[in-house]
Design a protein around this ligand. Structure first.
Ligand code: CA
Length: 387
């Protein structure tokens, strides 16, 4: 009886909180839905409990304004704003709350123009962190990619993130700033950070908020914006995201969020053009433009799940895909599995190790020519097929 009562109470509280703060929300099954300026916005109740916490932190959300930047936080549930005049870029932004480290804000983000990177000696990769900042920090620190203060420690190594920072978890903002900062620090050390866009980046940037943690609509309302506007082209992270790639070849491996389906491999367009087409599709509802179906439907590179557990892909199809992109391996996220794992005799490596659940996760490494996985305990283990 107690558990039933507490469930009803929680749901009632949640309904009251939304009614008071948002007005226009309506309930449908386990989803709160409203019609916003970006179409239908929805928040899953299961991920929405942060909407009930009054004293939450978020930020900074930084945008470019005339003569400088304007940074907004929500600290202990209250909006905080700081406006900084900029005489010379980059400018240092000291922390207020939420992301705990000083930031070096640059004038604007360049497009990541290289679609192939060759001669990488040391590589690490992960995927689908979905707002799990604490766990991600533990994982990166345990494996020597960052130090305890979040600084780059991976030297001239390269870190690849195959998308899906947005949605589900409640520390999305912090992960974007971590990657933004590591990208700068890595370059100074002769390394690189490559952030590739996942399906959730495309969803949020076009206003599809159905997987958004309930904390964020509330933060956005307190800041007087809609959540996608916090990542508009006037924002630092929004502009940074709009310069990112979706597919990247590093030496003999292709990195992409979902994977390449056999039908897609015959499309006859190269990586540079694919990335350009993806970039041009940011913010556009793919249902409104049939030409975008190949990039955003279930079989597209950011949604495909066909490499695993008897999905029917045959080896000759995989050969054709590899040949098409001039690689010997494809590294993908998106399909959540218990560990980083090899498939198809190691020709496919899956790196969504379920960090999104907030309990455990792994990194993929390639060092001295060998692929291994790095655990939360900092061990390097061989890639072994999942049962
Ligand atoms: Ca995904």
């Amino acid at each position: 009886m107690t558990s039933k009562r507490s469930r009803i109470t929680r749901r009632t509280l949640w309904a009251l909180a939304l009614a008071g703060a948002a007005g226009a929300y309506a309930f449908k099954d386990d989803v709160a839905v409203r019609h916003g300026p970006h179409g239908i916005e929805a928040v899953r109740l299961a991920d929405a409990e942060f909407a009930l916490v009054d004293t939450f932190d978020d930020g900074p959300h930084v945008r470019y304004v005339e003569g400088g930047i304007e940074a907004h936080w929500i600290c202990a549930g209250k909006p905080v704003v700081r406006r900084i005049k900029v005489a010379a870029w980059p400018v240092t932004l000291a922390p207020e709350c939420a992301y705990p480290h000083p930031l070096q804000i640059h004038a604007g983000a360049a497009v990541d123009g290289d679609d192939t990177v060759l001669g990488v000696r040391k590589l690490a990769a992960f995927s689908d962190p979905h707002g799990q900042y604490e766990l991600l920090m533990q994982l990166l620190a345990a494996n020597g990619v960052v130090d305890a203060d979040s600084n780059w420690r991976f030297g001239d190594g390269q870190l690849v993130v195959t998308g899906d920072v947005f949605d589900r978890g409640h520390r999305v903002t912090e992960i974007f700033w971590l990657l933004y900062s590591l990208e700068q620090q890595a370059r100074e050390a002769g390394g690189r950070v490559h952030f590739l866009l996942g399906n959730h980046e495309y969803m949020v940037l076009r206003g599809d908020l159905r997987y958004l943690n309930g904390k964020y609509p509330r933060a956005a309302r307190l800041l007087g914006r809609d959540y996608p506007d916090l990542y508009g082209n006037d924002s630092v992270i929004g502009r940074w995201l709009r310069g990112k790639r979706t597919l990247l070849r590093i030496d003999d491996a292709l990195f992409v969020h979902g994977g390449i389906a056999p039908d897609f491999a015959t499309a006859g367009i190269d990586l540079a053009e694919l990335n350009a087409r993806y970039r041009a599709s940011i913010g556009i509802d793919p249902n409104s433009d049939a030409a975008l179906a190949d990039l955003h439907d279930d079989a597209s590179p950011i949604w495909y799940r066909g490499y695993f557990h008897g999905a029917g892909l045959v080896e000759t199809e995989l050969d054709a895909i590899m040949q098409r992109f001039g690689v010997r391996q494809i590294v993908v996220g998106h399909t959540s599995l218990p560990a980083v794992a090899p498939w198809h005799q190691g020709r496919v490596i899956s790196i969504d190790s379920s960090i999104k659940k907030g309990v455990r996760g792994e990194l993929l490494f390639r060092e001295d020519g060998a692929w291994r996985r790095g655990t939360l305990a900092g061990e390097r283990l061989p890639l072994t097929p999942l049962e």
